[in-house]
Design a protein around this ligand. Structure first.
Ligand code: NAD
Ligand code: UDP
Length: 342
């Protein structure tokens, strides 16, 4: 393993951040989490501490509060940063664009201000395949045109541009933009997982809430797409594989100067009906679903060309769709209402 380091995780109490914290701690790194808990619970970090030994500290801070963030970073010996914090609901971003630009872009600017003050110049950013908008072809590689089709995606695109400019300002910067495809699943213990507020927008948490009886049935958004079974195809990636991708990026970042975008996906797609079938298999009974109209903005097929991640990070996704469903179900069945409040 590489030299143990101290990694600042913004948004580290959230879904992807908490799983990444486990993997970093297991690899011997120290973890400093800042999160305002606006979309998460401190319980996730208590459970992270139970799953992995090591040094994890938590600071409840809004990223946009430059002085509070500065106080956390001062003397903490931070070597690198993984920047997860942000708002991520596409529909909400259409209704609240100013809030999305403020938290996502404003939060990143505040973070960069503090990092500049402290001479910290290694950053991994949570970007998204949503920056590709309507892809011209699949699989999608990193040279594909970007052109997000909603405010959330445009904040990701803007942050990518900002980080490109920042990396261009000094050869000391090392920035990796990780473009995630569709993260799903949970830690195999079932102790941490995805805990969305309100009605889930995403397929897997919705399916799991149907399985656990919180929702009556899944509506499949369209079965008349130009795909083999008519439902949309996505590249679902196990959150533990995603977490391993972050570890790889942190451990390779010294050899990655400048700013590069790297896809994190499996390279193969599954249709909505295939996900429902795999989830039913994991749960052990059929899951009620019906076909509804298409959802505005959905593209028929999106999956990654993950070759660059293999080349630059030495990383490949390993876990299968049945494992993603089994682990998501373990989390959901052990925690039907998600994390307890408080
Ligand atoms: P999440 O909401 O579970 O985690 C984000 C965390 O950021 C939350 O804990 C939230 O409380 C925190 N946060 C929000 N605003 C903050 C602020 N102003 N200051 C401090 N903390 C703040 O989401 P996630 O699924 O873990 O996603 C993490 C990142 O990955 C996000 O940037 C998201 O846009 C990106 N991403 C997620 C997906 C996905 O499907 N989950 C896909 C692509 C990209
Ligand atoms: N989907 C669906 N019903 C739902 C939620 C999602 O049929 O309740 C479909 C959606 O149309 C898309 C796929 O599942 O084809 C994945 O959707 P998700 O929102 O999880 O990811 P994204 O569209 O952002 O890739």
């Amino acid at each position: 393993m590489s030299r143990p380091s101290t990694v600042l995780l913004t948004g580290g109490a959230g879904y992807i951040g908490s799983h990444t914290a486990v993997v970093l701690l297991e690899a011997g790194h120290r973890v400093v989490v800042v999160d305002d808990l606006s979309n998460s619970s401190e319980e996730s970090l208590r459970r992270v501490r139970r799953l992995a030994d090591g040094d994890l500290s938590f600071h409840r801070v809004d990223l946009r509060d430059v002085e509070a963030l500065d106080a956390v970073v001062t003397g903490a010996g931070i070597d690198s940063v993984i920047h997860f914090a942000g708002l991520k609901a596409v529909g909400e971003s259409v209704d609240q664009p100013v809030r999305y630009w403020d938290v996502n872009v404003g939060g990143t600017i505040a973070l960069l201000e503090v990092l500049e003050r402290h001479g910290i110049r290694k950053l991994v950013f949570s970007s998204s395949a949503t920056v590709y908008g309507e892809p011209e072809r699949v699989p999608i590689d990193e040279s594909a045109a970007v052109g997000a089709t909603n405010p959330y995606g445009r904040t990701k695109q803007a942050i990518e541009m900002l980080l490109g400019d920042v990396a261009g300002s000094s050869p000391e910067w090392h920035v990796v933009l990780l473009r995630y495809f569709n993260p799903v699943g949970a830690h195999p213990s079932g102790d941490i997982g995805e805990d969305p507020n309100g009605i889930p927008n995403n397929l897997m948490p919705f399916v799991m809430q149907v399985a656990v009886g919180r929702r009556d049935e899944l509506t499949i958004f369209g079965d008349d797409y130009p795909t083999p079974d008519g439902t949309c195809i996505r590249d679902y990636i196990h959150v533990m594989d995603l977490a391993a991708g972050h570890l790889a990026a942190i451990e390779r970042i010294d050899s990655l100067p400048g700013c590069r975008a790297v896809n994190l996906g499996t390279g193969s797609g599954s249709s909505v009906l295939q996900v429902v079938a795999a989830a039913s298999e994991a749960v052990g009974r059929p899951l009620p679903h019906r076909i509804g109209p298409r959802r505005a903005g959905d593209v028929p097929a999106s999956f990654a060309d993950p070759a660059l991640a293999a080349e630059l990070l030495g990383w490949r996704a390993e876990r299968t769709l049945p494992e993603m469903c089994a682990d998501a179900w373990r989390w959901q069945s052990q925690n039907p209402e998600g994390y307890p409040a408080g």
